[in-house]
Structure formats: structure tokens, C-alpha cells
Design a protein around this ligand. Structure first.
Ligand SMILES: NC(=O)c1ccc[n+]([C@@H]2O[C@H](COP(=O)([O-])OP(=O)(O)OC[C@H]3O[C@@H](n4cnc5c(N)ncnc54)[C@H](OP(=O)(O)O)[C@@H]3O)[C@@H](O)[C@H]2O)c1
Length: 252
């Protein structure tokens, strides 16, 4: 068993998951769900203290090997290639990194920043993981997108458009690597009880544990695209079919 930048060797083959952005609220729940099932983990995040605390907690509770990697995506030295190289050995990857940005719809900086964190980096990391998995003809890539990517809304369209790009990217990646045995799953959560939704009052908010459980279950079943909870598929179907002439007048 190990905590730190060491190679994992104590877990069955095919049972190590790299969780990118492991200190996100959703990712923490995913880590515990996976560890409960006996998966070893490589957990990455930008806050070293937080990532070590998370790793220690998982080892203590679930007795599985956990490797940590501290990485700041905004560092001038960051490259997706070195990130994947430093992540050690893993059989599956879950990419949870995301940000809503400042919330100012007129911020030019937000357009660049949210694209970078929600789309560019996850897409680059997923591409490298897919190539790695293609070499063995196995492995799942789980990409956390959002229902916000299904249609641009005035409340968060910089974030939503970056997630739309990520959703389209995941679709293409799945298509490109399908014949090489690589599973790519797009996850479109609705509202989850995380800091992103703090202050929001809605009966539609799902617990992190529920969403994490559904994601891991669907990964096992090698699903392509999932909405979590499932009813968001129908909510978004309605939203996507509202005529533009009406939609532009709504406050969504
Ligand atoms: N919460 C929701 O209702 C909801 C709904 C739909 C989709 N999602 C998606 O689900 C995923 C997880 O969401 P969450 O609510 O758990 O989010 P969260 O707690 O805010 O976590 C976001 C993750 O992204 C990382 N991150 C943000 N900015 C970063 C930066 N500049 N450099 C490196 N890492 C950065 C965070 O790192 P730190 O931990 O270091 O801050 C964290 O790991 C996200 O992709 C989000 O878009 C969430």
C-alpha cells in the first residue's frame, strides 16, 4: 500500500482508476465508491494538502492503494503529456475537472479560462489516455460534461459552450477509438449538491453519492452517454425543443 508518487502494485490488473480533479466534490464521492469496490486509485489535484488528506482517508476507510499527484493545470510548466507520464499506471480514467468561471457573462477572460479548464485540458488528457488504452485494447474513459452543454442559456453560456465542446469531443473520441477497444462514456449530470450549486433551492438537486454510484455502475456497463439522474434526459429534450424565438425571451 502506498501514498505518494509511487507505482501501485497491490491491486488486481484492470483495477486502477486515475481520477483527474479528485478533490472536486463529485470526484471525492467517486473515489470512495470505487475504493469500496476494491479499485486502486491515482488521485490528482492542485492542492497537495487536500489531495494527501483525501488519499489518507481512502486508504484508512477502504484499504486500497492510492497514489497522489499534485498538478496545477494553470502552471506555465504544465503539459498533458507530462501529466499522463507522471500519473503512473492506470486502467481507467475519470476526468472531473471543471469550473463555472466568475459568472460574469461579459468577461472575456472567462471565455478563455472556462474553455481551457472545461474543454481543452480534459480533451487533451482524454486523447492521451485513449492512445494508452488502445495499445492494450481495454480501458474506460469517463468524461464529466454537463446538461449545460445541451443548449446555451443566459445564466452560464461560457461554461455551457465549453461543456458542449467537451460533449462533442467525447462523441468523436468514442467513435474514433471504438474499434480499438477503448470505452468512452459521456456523463451529463444535472444539479448535484456541490459548491457549484450552493445557495440554489431546487428539488432536482441530486446527492453526490447517488451521482457517483450511477457513474461507476454505468462505467461497468460500458454505457456511451448518461444523464444523471436519468430524468435530465427528458428535461433537456424539452429544453432543446423550445423554439429559439421563445427560448431567447426566457430567463433560464
Ligand atoms: N455540481 C453540479 O451541479 C454539476 C452539474 C453538472 C456538471 N458538473 C460537472 O461535474 C464536475 C465536478 O463538479 P463539482 O461540482 O464537483 O465541482 P468542484 O467541486 O467545483 O470541482 C471542480 C474540479 O475542477 C478543478 N479545477 C477547477 N479549476 C481548476 C484549475 N484552474 N486548475 C485545476 N483544477 C481546477 C477543481 O480543483 P480544486 O479541487 O483544487 O478546486 C476540482 O477538482 C465538473 O466538471 C462540473 O462541471 C457539476
Amino acid at each position: 500500500m502506498s501514498i505518494g508518487n509511487e507505482t501501485i502494485s497491490l491491486v488486481a490488473s484492470g483495477k486502477t482508476v486515475l481520477v483527474v480533479g479528485a478533490t472536486s466534490s463529485l470526484a471525492r464521492a467517486l473515489c470512495h465508491t470505487l475504493a469500496r469496490e476494491g479499485y486502486g486509485l491515482v488521485v490528482t489535484g492542485r492542492d497537495e494538502e487536500e489531495i494527501n488528506l483525501l488519499a489518507g482517508d481512502i486508504v484508512l476507510r477502504h484499504n486500497v492503494p492510492v497514489m497522489t499527484l499534485t498538478e496545477d493545470f494553470l502552471s506555465e510548466y504544465f503539459t498533458a503529456e507530462s501529466f499522463i507520464a507522471r500519473s503512473g499506471e492506470f486502467d481507467h480514467i475519470i476526468i472531473t475537472t471543471g469550473t463555472m468561471g466568475s459568472g460574469d457573462p461579459l468577461s472575456l477572460n472567462d471565455i478563455a479560462f472556462t474553455s481551457h479548464i472545461n474543454y481543452t485540458l480534459p480533451a487533451q488528457i482524454a486523447t492521451l489516455a485513449a492512445q494508452k488504452f488502445a495499445a492494450t485494447g481495454d480501458g474506460s474513459i469517463v468524461i464529466i460534461s454537463s446538461v449545460a452543454g445541451d443548449r446555451g442559456r443566459q445564466s452560464n453560456y461560457a461554461y455551457g459552450s465549453a461543456k458542449a465542446a467537451l460533449t462533442a469531443f467525447a462523441s468523436g473520441l468514442r467513435n474514433y477509438f471504438y474499434k480499438q477497444g477503448v470505452h468512452v462514456m459521456t456523463v451529463k449530470p444535472g444539479f448535484i449538491d456541490t459548491p457549484m450549486t450552493w445557495g440554489m433551492q431546487s428539488p432536482l438537486i441530486a446527492s453526490r453519492e447517488y451521482v457517483a454510484g450511477k457513474i461507476v455502475q454505468s462505467m461497468h456497463k460500458k454505457k456511451d452517454v448518461i444523464y444523471v439522474p436519468f430524468f435530465w434526459r427528458y428535461i433537456m429534450l424539452i429544453i432543446m425543443h423550445i423554439p429559439e424565438g421563445i427560448f431567447k425571451k426566457l430567463k433560464l
